[in-house]
Design a protein around this ligand. Structure first.
Ligand code: MG
Length: 428
């Protein structure tokens, strides 16, 4: 197991800037699993700079659970539980924060390894498991008041007959995407206008803007973007946790005439009842009396919080993140919960490598879990893909289906050394 601190100096151009994160340096606590057979597994935790070293240390603290594992006997359900239930390390969470990011990096690396050994991209590997096998990958503790393993098997069994048809369809057509590239808070109006127009010309039917720092600025930027794209294009907005509950409702009512498609992370990600109150406050706030949807998830720490957000009917859109919760296994639990509650999943992506990894979960969700595309899009941000061995491919506003074996998480060796922190050429 090799762990590296890799940081990209994105703060120099304000890529990724928003109301709470004005100067991110997109970073990866990057793991390589090396095996006697020569196959490698790659995974990472995503951070925005400072603290990436803490993540590296957290991954190192799990070393004894990883090194020496027998590949042929490796049960990825058991492996994920092993990494999240060390009785002493669990004190640092439980199942949240830096230890959970560390577990995610290792669990996703193990899935990358398994998919490479199978000669399949992760989404196709997952889509080949039986309903019972998929359910056995999930840690069901704390979930059974909302969804039981037996009900999850039923849900997956209902979706089973259509898998072949949907696999062929999604492999040919790709998965819908939306883009945030136009909307960073640090961009001036001319840049927002130009990028919004380019997005629509490129085939996107939805874009997202960052909001929440200054109402007058938000209104001006939103108007510029709306004018650029016209009324038929969805424009979502993202406050990155900036507001208290009443502020969120008031602010969104001001933006409502511009027809925001959803408000993302309006308040603290931990505030489940706050999200429910905001959603209730915006049910008829849209321009024609419809709802302004509420979306969250990129900072929702684990399956238990997603369960509560769904039980409280606090969100309209479930935003999984490939690297925030404990990897494929916990995201599988969240996909099952979302399907059981009938809520669309629109993954959070961007950063470095998040698009590459999370696309596999959406393709799999369509094939084997929800069987739905309606209201579903994967976020796309056009940064740093050139550093990946198997970068995402966007064609006319859709993610093309990944075809290479693995999880698309591998960064080119030259980039790993150039952006190594603090000694790589870029930082030294
Ligand atoms: Mg966001």
């Amino acid at each position: 197991m090799r762990v590296r601190d890799v940081r990209f100096p994105t703060s120099r151009t304000l890529d990724g800037s928003d109301a709470m994160n004005p100067d991110p340096d997109y970073s990866a606590a990057y793991v390589t699993l090396v095996t006697d057979g020569g196959t490698e597994g790659h995974g990472f935790a995503f951070t925005i700079g400072r603290g990436n070293d803490v993540c590296v240390a957290a991954i190192e603290s799990l070393r004894s659970y990883v090194v020496g594992s027998d590949l042929d006997g490796l049960d990825l359900g058991e492996f994920s539980r092993r990494l999240t239930h060390d009785s002493q390390l669990r004190w640092l969470g439980p199942e949240k924060g830096v230890m959970h990011l560390a577990a995610a990096a290792l669990i996703n690396a193990a899935w990358d390894l398994a998919a490479r050994r199978a000669g399949l991209p992760v989404w196709r590997l997952l889509s080949g498991f039986s309903p019972q096998q998929l359910v056995d990958f999930v840690d069901w503790r704390y979930l059974t008041d909302a969804l039981t393993p037996a009900a999850a098997v039923d849900l997956l069994t209902d979706a089973f007959p259509g898998r072949g048809t949907r696999t062929a369809q999604i492999a040919a057509e790709g998965y819908p995407a939306y883009t945030t590239s136009a909307g960073w808070l640090g961009y001036d109006d001319a840049k927002v206008t130009r990028l919004a127009r380019e997005a629509v010309d490129g085939g996107f039917d939805m874009i997202k803007l960052k909001v929440g720092a200054d109402l007058a600025d938000d209104l001006r930027r939103f108007r510029a973007a709306r004018t650029a794209v016209g009324p038929g294009i969805h424009i979502a907005v993202d406050a990155n946790q900036r507001w208290d509950v009443p502020d969120a409702i008031d602010w969104m009512r001001e933006l409502a005439p511009l027809d925001p498609y959803w408000i993302e992370e309006p308040t603290s990600p931990d505030d489940i009842l706050g999200h429910a109150a905001i959603r209730a406050g915006l049910r008829t706030a849209g321009p024609s009396g419809g709802p302004i949807r509420v979306a969250t998830g990129e900072h929702v720490h684990n399956r238990v919080m997603f369960k509560q957000l769904l039980q409280a009917d606090a969100i309209d859109v479930v935003q999984i993140d490939a690297c925030r919760v404990a990897g494929v296994n916990e995201n599988l639990a969240i996909l099952l919960l979302a399907a059981a509650y009938g809520k669309p999943v629109c993954p959070h992506a961007g950063g470095v490598g998040l698009c590459e990894v999370v696309q596999h979960l959406s393709f799999f969700d369509y094939v084997a879990v929800s069987g739905e595309l309606s209201g579903r899009r994967i976020e796309f941000v056009d940064h740093l893909h050139e550093h990946f061995v198997d970068p995402v491919s966007i064609v006319k506003g859709r993610y093309a289906a990944p075809t290479r074996p693995g999880f698309s998480a591998e960064i080119h060796p030259e980039a790993l050394s150039r952006f190594a922190y603090p000694s790589g050429a870029e930082w030294a």
